[in-house]
Structure formats: structure tokens, C-alpha cells
Design a protein. Sequence first.
Length: 323
Amino acid sequence: MIRGRFAPTPSGMMHLGNAKIALLSWLQIRSGNGVYVLRIEDIDIQRSRPELVQTIMEDLRWLGLNWDEGPEAGGPFGPYTQSERLELYEAALQQLDRQERLYPCYCSRAELLQIAGAPHGLASEGPVYPGTCRRLTREEQASREQHKAPSTRFAFRDERYDFEDGIAGYQQFPPASGGDFIVKRADGMFSYQLAVTVDDAAMGITHVLRGSDLLDSTPRQLALYEAFGWSPPEFAHAPLLLGEDGRRLAKRHGDLSLAGLRRSGIPAERIIGWLAFISGLMDRPEPVKASELISGFALDRIARQPFTLTSEMIERLTADKHY
């Protein structure tokens, strides 16, 4: 049985770009008669807003994207909120430490910003860390510890990572493309890379469909799967929904939040129809229920290029009249 998930971060209102990924991941699992999991990724306490969790669930239900396991639904792999799973992440860190795959990093923000000026790095993950603190002796570590609490980095091995992406096709990343990345910050917060890998493995997730902005993070997660001895899920990275400025759709592009559209009386079927059209699943944006798209869904039907949502399209989408 296949198992997939949608894992929103409650740091802002869900918008059309988030909804596109939610719809596609839901259709992938529903078309395979699998189990769909909702997981709340609120590990960044400073950015997360707990009051938005209920809004996210209301948005998903409004769109017809139900879940089998997760908040309010329960399930055998809970809790389904990351802030309640910290003991699992700490246990995973201890396992990596026993394998000598971790080391403390004392680099200052200024030093990391200097690294960011180098002409290399990952689009979604920033510059590749050159392993400065990896070479420190224990005496040097002890000396720096007196002045600065360290973050914890994962020692990335000099290996090539390749995989077949369900949408983007064959992907190959050169050795050390992930760099020695942080798995726990100096303030004690666990990293996204560690938490998402531990959670997907613990919840038995077999298929991950997410935005293409996370494609470059995949080698780092594959390295963690390898270190833990776990089998990774099948990945599929869908193209992003862009604003007219060419940047990923976000709050700066106006009130395209699902909650706002819902409150304005826009039918959910209209939103689903537009998302299906944008994703290449329909030839024109006609109203449709999410459940009506299940039987004809296939990954190879998804458009491979980002879609720019123009002002004219937004006007049509939010108009009171039907198409």
C-alpha cells in the first residue's frame, strides 16, 4: 500500500501555490488507493503560528482534500505535529553521533555570510558549507565552546547521489553537493532536513510529491536515509506556481490565500479547476471536484514547466460570475 503526505508549515495562510501541491499529492495517493497523511511541520517555533493549523485544515476540507491520518483523524504513527515529536529527532541524532557522522560547528553568522558570497551552492539550500569546523581538534573545539554554543552538522560523504524523479526525470548530483549541513541549530532547534527524513521514515511514507524548490534538498535527505539504513520514498517534484514578477507565488502577490477566496464565496470547484488547468491535467479551467480528477490522474500528465499566474487570470479566477 502506498502512503503519501502533505506537510504544511503554519507560518502563513495557505495560497494557490500550496494548494497546487496539496492537490497533486492527494491525487497521486488517491489514484493508487493509498493512505494520505496530513502532518503539521511547526518545528520552527519562531515562525509557526498555531492558530493557523485549524485554518489549514478548513482549507483542505473545503477543497475536498480529506486525509486518513493526521490531526483530528489520528492514526498509528502520531503525533502528527512536529513540535510533539522532538524526542524522535533527538534519538536520531544520537544514532548519527554513534556513527561519528556529526560534529560541532562554531562558525559565526558573518563567516557563513562570507561563504554565501562564493560562486557555488544549492538553489534551495544556500551555499555548500566547506567543512571549516570539521577539521577542528578537540582542543580547538573546547576553546571555541567557551565563546559560542555550537550548531551540529552532518558530515556529508564524498558520494554522488542520483535518483529518478517522478516528474522531473533522472536527477544526478555531484559528490558533496549537499555539503555538511546543519541538523540541529545552536538554539536547540532541529533542522528541516533531519525532521522530515525521520518523520517520513517513521510514518512509512512511500511517495513524496512536493514543489520543485525542494529538489536540491533531496541529496541531503538521501544521505540521511543512507546513514540510518532506511529506504527512501519515491520523490516527485512539481513545478512551481509563479507570480508575474517571475518569483514563487507568495503573500506579496496579493490576497490569494485559500481562506480569503473561501470567505469571498468563490466555489471550491472553481479553484480545483484552475489548479488542474495550471498543472496540465485539464485543457481549460472548468469547475470540477477533486474527486472527479482521480481516475484520470497520472504523474506523466503533469506539466513540466512553472506556470505564471497573470493579473488577467487572477481576475477571472476571483470573478463573481462562472467561467
